[in-house]
Design a binder for this molecule. Sequence first.
Ligand SMILES: [Zn+2]
Length: 450
Amino acid sequence: MLRSKYKELIGPFIERKSISTDKIFQQELKNAVDWLVALFEQKGFQVETFMDYGNPIVYASYRVDPQLKSTLIYGHYDVQPAPAGDWPELSEEERKGWQTPPFQLTDTGERLVARSIADNKGQVGIHMAAIFDLIESGELGYNVSFLIEGDEETAEGRIDQFLTDQSQRLQQYDFLVISDGLLENNIPTIERSFRGSMSCTVQFTTSEKDLHSGLYGGAVPSASNELASFLGKLQDETGAIAIPGWYEDIQAPTTKETLDDERLNRLLEVTGVQEFIVPKEDVVEAIAFQPSMTITSLQSGYQGIGHQNSIPGAAQAKINFRLAPGQDPQSMMEKFKEFVRANTPSYVDTTIEFSGVMPGVYLAADSDEFQRAEAIMKYVYGKFPIHAFIGASMPISVEVERQLGIPQLLLPLANDDSAIHGANENLTYEALDHGLEFSYQFFKRNNNNP
Ligand SMILES: [Zn+2]
């Protein structure tokens, strides 16, 4: 059955320790690529490897029939760090909470446990296993290409440039499929939007040196006071971002999304906070469709024990903005810079540096495939899928929307307690079986897709 074929396929993929965040694993990344290329070739795919965009990008295509629609499936073979040494020799501390060797597939009878079994080898592997099976039985209903990159977990890849360079042929696909997230509450889920992001470091300088607060305090400016006063102006008393024009251009959803009490309570439990700072009915709105501003770091003055009582000449804040779908990051950067100019006295020197800037995206639900995916999910999971509006960012999805403009299906297949990026990353058999069955039915040639 499909489950055992899946395990056979995924085991050796897991064993390649393709950790992209640490350069010492370069050879392991290469091994993962070689393994993928050999496997796709063996299954009859035409494979290309692109080397000019960071870690190699594997692009493998299988054409069934030019009459059929074509789909592009995105995934990544790079993984988050995990204890990679020889397992029996690792101390308790070196195992970092892992109970079994992360780069070996462990079957608990209920779950598969391994690094990347959810993020993302395990999820892209579900589509691979289903599609290989359909190829064997001659029932594959789409022309299929896999685009599997190796820099998803770093900020260093240039997949955006790859999409630019290859846009001519990539635009030919009828739709894109990504399975790289979590089922919400283990209910079938289709992700519909992501927010953008914009991080900045703001530095205030009032003097080249720190000054005695007794000798000069009250007469000379303090960078820390000035920064605190500036940061206080970023929000109004309702908590809204007070930068002029910040709420223009937001792409409003057509329906009001709310969470029932069970999901709200679960959210409180997961976050460990006492209360939400918006009314219950506005929680989804606040997380998914509204911009947010978080001061993620503050630094100024003496950090040691006791008091130094000096006036800091410099102060720094790091701020992360989440942008609503529709907000243009370029214009938001300008608005922020203007706000800093307008709200700092002339005796404060300021520098602002931006990083990790990307827009949000709102994905349409009107393609034929979207509706087909919903119907098949209903059939496989026994429940109609919920539409999830995500507060975090999804660079690949933004770039596909911006550069290719093809419909996207974001179909998470992993259980919501799969501990992505953490110790004992896992995939439940329930999620796996549903995922395999869904993928198999979805890509199968049938009446809807003759
Ligand atoms: Zn990840």
